[in-house]
Design a protein around this ligand. Structure first.
Ligand SMILES: Nc1ncnc2c1ncn2[C@@H]1O[C@H](COP(=O)(O)OP(=O)(O)OP(=O)(O)O)[C@@H](O)[C@H]1O
Ligand SMILES: [Mg+2]
Length: 283
């Protein structure tokens, strides 16, 4: 609603994982290169981890856009309570494998055949599991078994696990050490550094058709950084609220004080919701 006032063609700070808005900080650049390299060189197992809101899903989508057209991708997004057989069913559905399968072995046999056919046809197959921190150790073990599908020389399927740092803790468990050892390429996404914040905001505004200098007065970056600790999702959330407030006050460029006020009120409500949750737990 405020776009026209700031000279934007579209919202600059939507919270969707849209790769068009991706700004490549060092950590995003490295992560993207690792994903594209690991998948296209058929490295087998890949791992991408990072704190909540650091841009993992967005980066994944950007990587998919860069893969060659002979790549087939199955993307598993809903990982909550997913059993091993559910996972196999989802993969079969994604790869359009049809048949009457009763056991896990039936699925794996059918999958193996399809993957071999694809390899012979020169195609590369990728299984991506986002939010993998929600998988149970049993389902992760099934993922490991899938990574065993290979010929004497090649992996039949590249598997990318993406998740929050809890995933790293899970993979450190002794029962999952076999899986841990198979990971050929991995990257952990860091938060943005204070010096990245202005570039992040400017890039998103630029993609939306605006100019950072016309929209924010100098000095706003440090307030954005203190509020977000460099988390991109929190930066976008604050920026959106600030733009809305400045639009209703009809101020442009936006003074640092407006950013400070919004950051303060959002911090207060974050504190309140935390207090609510705690009192519910304690009560
Ligand atoms: N490098 C970046 N450039 C531009 N936007 C980014 C970047 N990193 C993250 N974002 C934005 O931040 C928001 C959160 O990103 P995303 O959903 O990819 O994070 P995530 O790491 O997958 O989070 P979660 O752990 O909750 O799944 C999105 O709106 C995304 O577009
Ligand atoms: Mg995500």
């Amino acid at each position: 609603m405020y776009e026209a006032f700031f000279g934007l063609r579209e919202p600059a700070f939507a919270l969707t994982p849209d790769p068009r808005f991706l700004w490549l900080s060092d950590t995003h650049q490295e992560g993207l290169a690792a994903l594209v390299y690991g998948i296209s060189r058929r490295k087998g197992f890949l791992l991408l981890t990072g704190e909540v809101g650091t841009g993992k899903t967005t980066l994944l989508r950007a990587a998919l856009d860069q893969l060659s057209p002979d790549t087939d991708v199955a993307l598993v997004l809903n990982t909550g309570n997913l059993t091993a057989i559910d996972l196999l069913k989802l993969i079969a559905a994604e790869f359009r494998i049809e048949g009457n399968f009763e056991s896990k072995a039936d699925y794996v046999i059918a999958l193996n055949k399809v993957l071999l056919d694809r390899l012979r046809a020169g195609r590369n197959t990728v299984l991506i599991i986002d939010e993998a921190q929600n998988l149970s150790p049993e389902t992760l073990e099934e993922v490991r078994l899938l990574s065993n599908l290979e010929t004497d020389t090649e992996k039949l399927m590249q598997i990318v696990l993406v998740g929050q740092p809890e995933l790293l803790h899970m993979l450190a468990q002794p029962s999952l050490r076999q899986l841990r050892q198979r990971i050929a390429v991995e990257h952990h996404m860091e938060s943005l550094a204070p010096g990245d914040v202005g570039d992040y905001l400017a890039h998103r505004l630029h993609v939306a058709g605006g100019r950072y200098e016309d929209i924010f007065a100098p000095g706003a970056e440090s307030v954005f950084y203190s509020f977000s600790a460099g988390c991109p999702r929190l930066l976008s959330l604050l920026a959106d609220r600030v733009l809305l407030a400045a639009y209703s006050q009809e101020v442009r460029p936006i003074p640092v004080s407006t950013v400070e006020q919004k950051a303060k009120s959002m911090n207060a409500s974050r504190g309140a919701s935390l207090r609510d949750q705690l009192s519910r737990v304690e009560g």
